[in-house]
Each structure stands twice: as structure tokens, then as C-alpha cells.
Write a protein that binds this ligand. Structure first.
Ligand code: BGP
Length: 500
């Protein structure tokens, strides 16, 4: 049986890690534009300024005090400013995607290209035109665009002026953005993802949180906030989930054929042993990751939500009507990222995170240079877990191996480890479809062309089939070249996954 006819093979990227052109075409500053690279001063930093002029620095996942302004500081390198410059290379890049035979390409829209300040009344026509061109170029090759509205980014002005997603007002600004692009591309785009990885959204970068309980210099990886901010985070995510449901409502009035997706980081989690405390601990962490898909796909907070709120001493603030909105406008499919599995160990419970990014080592698995365990079978496990739980179509919108590539003297790149990683994962996807009868729409490996790493800001952590000549400091020619995996993946698509 194999992969179904029409299976959507492709690749995925996000604007703040790929697009560049940060001050071109009338685009406004986004919070991600303030993030330094993480190579000189790990972790990545964001500078802020108090109303009295004092300046400070916060880590990637931390929050800013109310009233502080994010600022750009001279002498630092901000990877998203040029990233790998899709802005000026989109025709060339899309031609390469087409050459690989992509059926779908996942991109995100930079909010500040459309609404430079987030709260503007009128959209920036030049920004819309850029994406008109990108989408038309994709359609020219028969590539279906899969569009993410929010991918680890937001207008800086909304963070500075309103305190980011802690403020319910953000829902209206988000809906204005959503409506503008739904209407604009109603006959061109069918698949939408309202928010990237809701369950790992954390601090200033991703939610633009403002909070009085800042701890200067605190940080954590990939947007996970310190516990002190858990309440702001949960409240902000509630606002996001209401915004996402209202976007679904809006979308269906604009074009009833739209397919609206929820999106989560759902790498798997295992207990370290069969000790009941490990097993239940792993289960508790898993439901912290699943609570948001439970709300977005089933339409209500699950019973165990209260246990999580109690743990963080948090009281959810809702408004009249929220319950009904969440219940009525659930998403059509569940998109998710899968990179690895993680292990819950009762002796070191705090190393585990809800997105499955950290955790104790797994002695049975090899890991990437960044310590991410490589676990193809775990993907079959997660596909089954999610399909059993929700009975809605799934879409793997991120998967892949962040690795260090070696460019040979003749310019070739033999990325055999990456090919192995993807081959083994695709085999397990096939098993999930063929043996377990999981309903899967498509597969878009992450960073199909080299882009900036979200977690570290580095260029040396690469996922692409296409190499971009650029170093960790942004130096290079931006020249594109095909890696060995490019030819391999092209054949996978041409044979609909038969030849791996
Ligand atoms: C996911 C994000 C992506 C991407 C990926 C890999 O969580 O949605 O934006 O970057 O992780 O992470 P990294 O770039 O840190 O290797």
C-alpha cells in the first residue's frame, strides 16, 4: 500500500529564521529582530531600556518589565536581519524546491511585513505583494503553500506597548492580520497553521510577555520561561487559543474549503524505568504538552488542567463567551514537529520540558551533536498516540537532523547522517500509515534549505537539503548549492516514498 496518492511531500521554514530583508518593503521591527546570536554570549540576548533610560539584558526566554522598550544595540549581530535571505532569493529557492519535486512548502508570514506596528489600521501593501509573488511562484510549479501565521515572532510594538499576549487586545490585532491574509489568498492557499508550537511558546521573543517578576538574566532554552512566569505564560496561551479558534471561525466564513491546523511540538517522552513514579511522572509531563492540543482539537480544557494550574498557583482568567468559542471552532487537523524523544527520570525531574526538548540521556539511542537523541521508532509511537487521542488527520510539519556539514574541496556536501536520519524516520512513518492506519496528510522536513537555528542563533546547526554559504556571524556569499540529501530526497518524492 505505501504512501497514499497525493501525499504532501515538501519542506518547512519560518520567516524570522529564513527571510531576512528585515527593514525592507516597509516592514516594521519584530521582537525576533532584537535577538542577538548565541555564539558570543550564549544564550541569545535581547536588550531592553527602562522608561528612565537604564538599560538591561535578558535571556531568550525571559520577560521584560512593563513599560520597557526592546532596543537594537550597536556592535551586535542579529541573525534574523539577513537570515539566509529568502527575501532576495525566493525565485531561485522555490525553483530548487520544485526541482526536488515538492508538493507542499510550509512558510510563515512575518506579521510586521503586513502590519509594521501590529496595531496599524491599514495593511502594508508592499508586504502583501512580497507574499503574493512568493505564493504565485509556488503555484507556478504546482507547489501547495502551507502558511503559518505566527512562528516565534510578533511586532515589537505590541510587546512594548501592550505587554504582548498577556493582553487580550492582542486577539483583535491578530484577527485583523489573519483576516487580511485569509481574504488576500483565499483562492490560493488551502492549508493554514494558526500558531507554531503553542506548547513551547514562552517568553519575550515568542509571546512578547511583559511581567513585573522579571529575574534579570534568567533564561531557558527555546522559549521555556522560568517558573515565576508560568502564570503569564498560561494566560497568554489562553488568549492565543481563543485567537486561534476565532481565526478558524473567520477562515470558514471566508472560504469553507480552508483546512485549519493546530500545531504543537510533540516529541515523545519515555519513563526512565518501570518504577511507578517514573511512569506517572512521564505521563504528567506528557499531558503538559498535550493540554493545548486537547483544548484546540477537542474544544475544552481537560479535567487534568486544574492539576497543572494548581501546580503553578495559577487562576485562569476567562471572559464570557470564551468557552463557547473554544468549543465551536476547533481545528481540522493537527500539525506537529518531531525531532527526538526525551526521558523522564524521577531523580532529575526538572531536566524535562513539555515540548520534549531536554530530559535525561537515553542509553539506547545515539544523539546529534546538539545532544538530541535520534529516535525513528519514537515517531511511530507519537503518530499513534496522537491519532488515537484525537482521530483527526495529522501533518508532520517539522522533522530533521540539525548537524554540522562539511563542504569538500570540490564543493560537494555528503550529508549521509542526515539521509540516514530521514530515511529511518520515513520508514517508521510508512509503518504508521500501512500497519497502524494513521491518517497522515503530509511530511515537511524542517529547514529544507539552511536557515538560522531558533534555539542557538547559529548557522552551523543545519537541517537543509540545500546549503547556503553563510557563517555564524553572517559572513558569506549566500550562494546556494545542493547537498547529497537533495538528490536522495528528490528520489524519495519521485517514488512516493517507495525508494528510501
Ligand atoms: C522548532 C521550531 C523551529 C525550529 C526547530 C529546530 O521548535 O518550530 O523554528 O527552529 O525547532 O530547532 P533549532 O533551530 O533550535 O535546531
Amino acid at each position: 500500500m505505501g504512501f497514499p496518492q497525493g501525499f504532501l511531500w515538501g519542506g518547512a521554514t519560518a520567516a524570522n529564521q529564513y527571510e531576512g530583508g528585515y527593514n525592507e518593503g516597509g516592514r516594521g521591527l519584530a521582537v525576533s529582530d532584537l535577538m542577538t546570536d548565541g555564539t558570543k554570549d550564549s544564550p541569545r540576548k535581547i536588550f531592553y531600556q527602562f522608561p528612565d533610560g537604564r538599560e538591561g539584558v535578558i535571556g531568550q526566554g525571559a520577560c521584560i518589565p512593563i513599560g520597557a522598550k526592546g532596543i537594537l544595540k550597536e556592535g551586535y549581530y542579529y541573525p534574523s536581519h539577513n537570515a539566509t535571505d529568502f527575501y532576495h532569493h525566493y525565485k531561485e529557492d522555490i525553483a530548487l524546491f520544485a526541482e526536488m519535486g515538492f508538493k507542499v512548502y510550509r512558510l510563515s508570514i512575518s506579521w510586521t511585513r503586513i502590519f509594521p506596528n501590529g496595531d496599524d489600521e491599514i495593511a502594508n501593501e508592499k508586504g502583501l505583494e512580497f507574499y503574493d509573488n512568493v505564493i504565485d511562484e509556488l503555484l507556478k510549479y504546482g507547489i501547495e503553500p502551507l502558511v503559518t501565521l505566527l512562528h516565534f515572532d510578533m511586532p515589537l510594538n505590541l510587546a512594548d506597548k501592550y505587554g504582548g499576549w498577556t493582553n487580550r487586545k492582542l486577539i483583535d490585532f491578530y484577527l485583523r492580520f489573519a483576516e487580511t491574509i485569509f481574504v488576500r489568498w483565499k483562492n490560493k492557499v488551502k492549508y493554514w497553521v494558526t500558531i507554531n508550537e503553542v506548547n513551547v511558546l514562552g517568553g519575550y521573543w515568542t509571546l512578547g510577555l511583559a511581567s513585573n517578576n522579571i529575574k534579570e538574566g534568567t533564561h531557558s532554552n527555546q522559549g521555556e520561561t522560568p517558573l515565576a512566569d508560568a502564570g503569564d505564560k498560561l494566560q497568554s496561551i489562553h488568549h492565543l487559543m481563543v485567537a486561534s479558534a476565532l481565526a478558524n471561525k473567520l477562515a470558514r466564513t471566508i472560504n469553507p474549503d480552508f483546512k485549519m491546523g493546530a500545531m504543537l511540538a510533540l516529541s515523545g517522552i519515555y519513563p526512565a524505568t518501570c518504577h511507578p513514579d517514573d511512569v506517572f511522572g512521564a505521563y504528567e509531563f506528557r499531558r503538559k504538552a498535550l493540554i493545548f492540543s486537547d483544548v484546540i482539537l477537542r474544544g475544552y480544557y481537560p479535567n487534568y488542567a486544574q492539576a497543572i494550574f494548581d501546580e503553578y498557583n495559577f487562576e485562569l482568567k476567562t471572559e464570557f463567551g470564551d468557552e463557547e468559542i473554544l468549543r465551536q471552532y476547533t481545528s481540522d487537523f493537527l500539525a506537529f514537529s518531531y525531532y527526538r524523544t526525551t526521558v523522564f527520570d524521577r531523580f532529575s525531574p526538572n531536566t524535562t520540558t513539555t515540548g520534549g526538548q531536554q530530559g535525561s540521556p537515553n542509553p539506547y539511542l545515539k544523539a546529534t551533536p546538539w545532544g538530541w537523541p535520534i529516535d525513528a521508532k519514537g515517531l511511530r509511537f507519537v503518530l499513534n498516540e496522537l491519532y488515537d487521542r484525537y482521530q483527526k488527520p495529522l501533518f508532520i510539519v517539522e522533522n530533521g537532523m540539525g548537524n554540522i556539514d562539511k563542504v569538500e574541496e570540490d564543493g560537494s556536501i555528503n550529508d549521509d547522517e542526515r539521509i540516514d536520519y530521514l530515511k529511518n524516520h520515513i520508514k517508521e512513518i510508512k509503518n504508521a500509515i500501512e500497519i497502524d492506519h494513521v491518517d497522515l496528510i503530509g511530511y515537511t522536513p524542517w529547514g529544507c534549505i539552511d536557515i538560522v537555528s531558533a534555539g542557538t542563533g547559529e548557522m552551523k546547526k543545519r537541517y537543509g537539503f540545500i546549503h547556503v554559504d553563510l557563517d555564524d556571524k553572517g559572513n558569506g556569499s549566500f550562494k546556494r548549492s545542493k547537498k547529497k540529501s537533495f538528490y536522495w530526497y528528490k528520489n524519495v518524492i519521485a517514488t512516493n516514498g517507495e525508494q528510501l
